[in-house]
Design a protein around this ligand. Structure first.
Ligand SMILES: C[S@@+](CC[C@H](N)C(=O)[O-])C[C@H]1O[C@@H](n2cnc3c(N)ncnc32)[C@H](O)[C@@H]1O
Length: 249
């Protein structure tokens, strides 16, 4: 009789432990030999891209956004607020770059914020204390009287109904330090309105945003298209998006 079995045929505790170990070993061998890690990585990448909305463009959107904010003055001590932070396309490398307690990301979707939390954990960045907030009112209550050196949104303004843009700019005017600024990209194209997930997809002119900013005591400056600012995907329409900068008057 096996040393792992009792006289009555039941398996001993030790035997159970050995069986579990053997099972794990077989699973590890199968996982490695079938390149399942590559499959898991690709699945994760697909899911992240699905949640950021631009299939096949993950690396460039991440690279571009990080390069842009650094080139425009974000340093490790900057207090940074991102609206529409999604799966942390920018957020993850930025949290890594910024000092502790400096990054706040706000998104309206709880499911994508769960993914964002998972990304922070997976990359060992919990110690940076990023704050991720789910809110349908741009975290107006959650952030109380907090102010930021930089406010940013990428690929979010064109998913907001006009009344929400009004609300966003009212909130941003309260969030900026006197020398702070807000950057956002827009879809400066007159086109039939469509949707992405539950969100509208709209084209509005820089003047539309400038007029709303004006009502909330901010001035607007165009920084040119994404392409002008180094976006590398020459065959993608987003390269024509315009980057706008807003400052308190
Ligand atoms: C196209 S995705 C871009 C995500 C991310 N900024 C990026 O560049 O990958 C737009 C994001 O804006 C978020 N969003 C849309 N409306 C919002 C709102 N009113 N408040 C906060 N987030 C919003 C969506 O949930 C989504 O995660």
């Amino acid at each position: 009789m096996s040393r792992l079995a009792k006289p009555n045929g039941d398996i001993t505790m030790r035997g159970m432990g050995r069986l579990r170990q053997a099972k794990r070993k077989i699973q590890r061998i199968a996982f490695n030999s079938l390149s399942l890690q590559t499959f898991v990585d690709e699945e994760e990448q697909n899911s992240l891209e699905k949640h950021m909305g631009f299939p096949g463009q993950w690396q460039e959107h991440r690279r571009f956004q990080l390069a842009f904010v650094k080139e425009h003055g974000v340093i490790p001590t900057s207090r940074f607020l991102e609206f529409g932070s999604g799966p942390l396309t920018l957020g993850l490398p930025l949290i890594d770059y910024l000092d502790k307690n400096k990054y706040v990301g706000v998104d309206i979707r709880p499911n994508v914020t769960d993914i964002a939390h998972n990304q922070v954990a997976k990359h060992g960045l919990a110690w940076k204390n990023p704050r991720l907030i789910v809110s349908d009112d741009f975290a107006a209550d959650e952030l109380a009287d907090k102010t930021f050196d930089f406010v940013f949104s990428f690929s979010m303004l064109f998913h907001l109904k006009d009344q929400l843009v009004e609300r966003l700019f009212a909130v941003i005017a309260e969030r900026l330090t006197p020398t702070g600024c807000y950057w956002g990209n827009i879809n400066n194209v007159d086109m039939p309105e469509s949707t992405w997930l539950k969100f509208p997809f709209v084209g509005r002119s820089p003047e539309f945003y400038g007029a709303i900013a004006e009502q909330h005591g901010m001035t607007m400056k165009s920084l040119g298209s994404l392409e002008d600012n180094g976006f590398r995907l020459k065959d993608k329409l987003e390269r024509h998006n315009v980057l706008l900068e807003f400052r308190l008057r």
